[in-house]
Design a protein around this ligand. Structure first.
Ligand SMILES: [Zn+2]
Ligand SMILES: [Zn+2]
Ligand SMILES: [Zn+2]
Length: 56
């Protein structure tokens, strides 16, 4: 329980109040929780490129 960063492989966002729990892992947003399956951008808009990386 020490690590509160998003479980999305390329995301380094810290889990906040919008965090989504899925399969026992914490994601910072719905997009990450769905592994950006539909190209959803990361909710943390400050230059996080995890959504792009997911489609590489
Ligand atoms: Zn992200
Ligand atoms: Zn994330
Ligand atoms: Zn992500």
């Amino acid at each position: 329980m020490a690590d509160n960063t998003c479980a999305c492989p390329h995301c380094k966002c810290v889990l906040g109040k919008n965090a989504v729990m899925k399969d026992g892992k914490g994601y910072c947003c719905e997009g990450c929780a769905e592994h950006h399956a539909h190209g959803e951008p990361c909710a943390s808009s400050t230059g996080c490129e995890c959504a792009k990386s997911a489609h590489a």
